[in-house]
Design a protein around this ligand. Structure first.
Ligand code: GDP
Ligand code: K
Ligand code: MG
Length: 263
């Protein structure tokens, strides 16, 4: 699969560099941002080299004053990243979320890493992360970069945030077998899962399943074929057509003699 680029953004001292070091370990590259003498640090996630992580100078808002703030703003408005991990100091959320609102407005996927959560109890602070997430419309993950807590969940949630929710759902019994194939293969891409279900030679060649995985999938498919009283390829074709039949019934009205769609 292709390379995915995460940008670490947050206020100064929110813990970006601590998180960056934790994520990248020794896989770091130091350079300079073009045109300015601001140090640029990027790296690869130590547990998955396909993830590139960019540390960025701390900012309080997207109205920059300093060269460092300009670097971050220009980067955020560029196409050089796929998703923002917004590092938020949980002990100081009001000031930190001021930046968050602007990050969300940029329109790229944002995940909030609520950092320094190890200090919350001591400081008598409780944060309802579910409400926070719901209100802002972005995922929130509790972490402590200092104590190395929540980092793997943060990565998992961030990967997921890259893919918009799939609203295209087929029959629950077919969806169930896709979910099982996903569990067996650790794949999440719907296209690939469906192709595996169909026994598509090209995809199977690309992902090369182990014998054990192939056997488990054969079992899942056999059960589904029994339920549908149909073969694997026909099941997929039928599901697509059935979905489209109800979709079109919902979105299309036949007009008598009047053509609404002039193209
Ligand atoms: P940056 O300016 O955003 O890059 O922040 P740093 O990573 O340099 O961290 C600023 C300070 O906060 C340092 O003293 C870190 O050790 C500390 N820090 C970072 N993350 C945490 C955390 O999760 N908990 C606590 N208690 N301190 C943290
Ligand atoms: K700092
Ligand atoms: Mg830093």
């Amino acid at each position: 699969t292709e390379n995915t680029r995460f940008a670490l953004v947050g206020n100064p001292n929110s813990g970006k560099t601590t998180a960056f070091n934790l994520l990248t370990g020794s896989n770091q590259y130091v350079g300079n941002w073009p045109g300015v003498t601001v140090e640029r640090k990027s790296g690869k996630y130590s547990k998955d080299k396909r993830l590139t992580i960019q540390d960025l100078p701390g900012i309080y808002s997207l109205s920059p004053f300093t060269p460092e703030e300009n670097v971050t703003r220009d980067y955020l408005l560029s196409d050089d990243y796929d998703v923002v991990i917004n590092i938020v100091d949980a002990t100081n959320i009001e000031r930190n979320l001021y930046l968050t609102t602007q990050l969300i407005e940029i329109g790229k996927p944002v995940v909030i890493a609520l950092n320094m959560t190890d200090l919350l109890v001591k400081n008598n602070i409780f944060i309802d992360t579910e409400k926070l997430s719901y209100s802002l419309g972005v995922p929130v993950v509790n972490i402590s970069a200092l104590k190395n807590n929540g980092i793997e969940e943060l990565i998992a949630v961030t990967k997921k945030a890259l893919r918009p929710e799939v609203h295209l759902h087929y029959d629950e019994r077919f969806e169930a077998s896709l979910t099982e194939i996903s569990a067996v293969t650790q794949l999440v891409n719907r296209f690939e899962l469906i192709k595996i279900f169909e026994n598509d030679a090209k995809i199977l060649e690309k992902i090369s399943l182990s014998d054990e995985q192939a056997n488990e999938i054969a079992e899942i498919v056999a059960i589904t074929e029994k339920i549908f009283l149909d073969d694997r390829q026909s099941i997929v074709v039928n599901e697509r057509y059935q979905y489209l039949t109800s979709l079109v019934a919902m979105v299309e009205r036949k007009t008598q003699g009047i053509r609404l769609n002039v193209s």
